[in-house]
Design a protein around this ligand. Structure first.
Ligand SMILES: C[S@@+](CC[C@H](N)C(=O)[O-])C[C@H]1O[C@@H](n2cnc3c(N)ncnc32)[C@H](O)[C@@H]1O
Length: 219
């Protein structure tokens, strides 16, 4: 696994992440806009997430760090009332153009513009990976705040095996490998219980295993 990892925390900040994604937004949309077509295991977890949200009353879902909105649109196709939010105005502009029937807002996962307990689900697919680990408890607390009790959280991430999150030179902005166990423990501390975890082997061109973690907001 070519992780090129370091334990130290870089000076990554939201403004630097926003600028990095603004500068590659078109290319990102071109490269990844149809990626779900090639990812049956990710689609399976998204389908399970959608089933659970529907079974829990079909509350509104936020795709946090939605990028160009392709996963948001996939969730809409699964019958969810979903909107996307992202730090990058360029990403949001692309998402709005590609999916004019859906709502997309510029915003940070650290301070969602939502009242307490209003959501049935939160998806954070490879978006929290850029947040320095020390700041993640506040992010997961924010997800817990906006989710109704029993609501579901699905996380997509680069799956490592070191108990400590490891920073690596992600192509767009510094990011972290997380072990599923460490991530589940951290999210659990914000008031979630684990429903399922999945780690799949790297596909061609990927740098290592990929993980998904499905958690439920405690009542
Ligand atoms: C690797 S892309 C993933 C995009 C999309 N979720 C997907 O599955 O393709 C990471 C996205 O997270 C967004 N992001 C990073 N940090 C964020 C934050 N603190 N709040 C909101 N969005 C953030 C970036 O702007 C970028 O669009």
């Amino acid at each position: 696994m070519n992780k090129c990892a370091v334990h130290k925390i870089s000076g990554v900040t939201e403004p630097s992440t926003r600028a990095a994604y603004d500068s590659v937004a078109s290319l990102y949309a071109e490269l990844f806009g149809n990626v779900l077509d090639t990812l049956p295991l990710e689609r399976a977890l998204l389908a399970a997430f959608a089933d659970l949200v529907r079974a829990g009353g079909n509350g509104q879902v936020a795709d946090v760090g939605c990028g160009p909105g392709h996963v948001t649109a996939h969730l809409r196709g699964l019958g969810l009332d979903v909107f996307g939010t992202d730090l990058s105005p360029e990403m949001i502009a692309i998402a709005r153009r590609a999916h004019p029937d859906l709502r997309f807002d510029v915003g940070s996962m650290t301070a969602l513009d939502l009242a307490d307990g209003v959501l049935g689900g939160v998806l954070a697919n490879y978006s929290f990976i850029h947040t320095p680990p020390a700041q993640l408890p506040a992010v997961f607390a924010e997800f817990a705040r906006v989710l109704a009790p029993g609501g579901h959280l699905l996380l997509g991430f680069f799956a490592g095996d070191d108990p400590e999150p490891l920073e690596f030179d992600h192509k767009v902005a510094p990011a972290y490998w997380w072990s599923p166990e460490s991530l589940a423990n951290l999210v659990g501390q914000a008031g979630f219980v684990e429903v399922a975890r999945l780690v799949r082997a790297a596909n061609e061109g990927e740098r290592g295993p990929q993980g998904q973690l499905l958690m439920r907001r405690q009542a």
